[in-house]
Design a protein around this ligand. Structure first.
Ligand SMILES: [Zn+2]
Length: 256
């Protein structure tokens, strides 16, 4: 069993990932990471695609077809399968993840810290403001890592998506938020690889110059997918071509 960290950088298109993230490129050149562009499912919207990544089902199958469908998932997610297998799960993520896998709707005053082991995500810290700094989110993730040593950890940022909506994918602000995420990754990833975690870094959907996403245009649909291996002598697994295959890959690595 290979412990897994899944990092979703919300709203990062493949073009920006390819051009602006020097640390991730360094891992590729150093043969620690393997990168491909993955085709996101449609519509390229967040809540449907969190569910797609975490359950392996297409939006038409799982029924979360837009962002305003606020209900618990009806599918078996990676969290459920890991929980059933006796593994420990955790998430530092946007509150929609709590709504999908813990309970809906999210209570902003009560649900931010969920550190009592219950539900399929055993330990969670959730934010509800898109401006919550990615740097602080990774501090939350590190707390969960150090305290609970999860076998599967989801980390999910929002600042790249936010700047895409405010300024467009051709803006300096969007580009800077990707560069900043790259630097934050460089702060944490080396330690987590040393601790024996394999790490996936990807995105739910991309972003366009019109400050939005949802369609089938290249910059909205092509997202980066990096697989980082903790064992440099080991083999890379087959990299998914489609977003629905990420679920199978993580389940396989966790031996679920
Ligand atoms: Zn968005």
């Amino acid at each position: 069993m290979k412990k897994q960290i899944l990092i979703i950088l919300d709203g990062l298109n493949n073009t920006t990932a390819q051009e602006k993230m020097g640390f991730m490129k360094h891992l590729e050149e150093f043969d620690i990471a393997k990168k491909e562009a993955v085709t996101a499912s449609l519509p390229t919207l967040s809540r449907p695609l969190y569910e797609t990544i975490l359950t392996g089902k297409e939006p038409y199958e799982h029924g979360i077809l837009h962002n305003n469908i606020v209900r618990k998932s009806n599918e078996e997610s990676i969290f459920h399968k890991a929980d059933a297998a006796g593994l420990t799960t955790a998430a530092a993520a946007y509150y929609w993840i709590s709504e999908l896998y813990i309970h809906s709707p999210f209570d902003w005053k009560k649900d931010r810290f969920q550190l009592e082991k219950k539900g399929s995500i055993h330990y969670g810290i959730y934010y509800s403001d898109d401006e919550y700094p990615d740097s602080h989110l990774f501090q939350d993730a590190k707390f969960l890592m150090d305290r609970f040593k999860p076998d599967f950890l989801l980390i999910h940022t929002m600042n790249i998506d936010l700047n895409g909506h405010l300024y467009g994918s051709d803006s300096n602000e969007y580009s800077f938020s990707a560069r900043k995420a790259d630097t934050i990754l460089s702060e944490y990833i080396p330690d987590w690889l040393k601790e024996g975690y394999d790490i996936i870094v990807t995105s739910d959907h991309g972003m366009n110059t019109d400050k939005y996403h949802g369609s089938c245009l290249e910059d909205e649909r092509k997202v980066p997918f990096w697989y980082l291996r903790s064992d440099i002598k080991g083999e890379f697994p087959a990299i998914p071509a489609k977003q629905t295959e990420i679920f199978d890959l993580i389940c396989k690595q966790l031996k679920l």
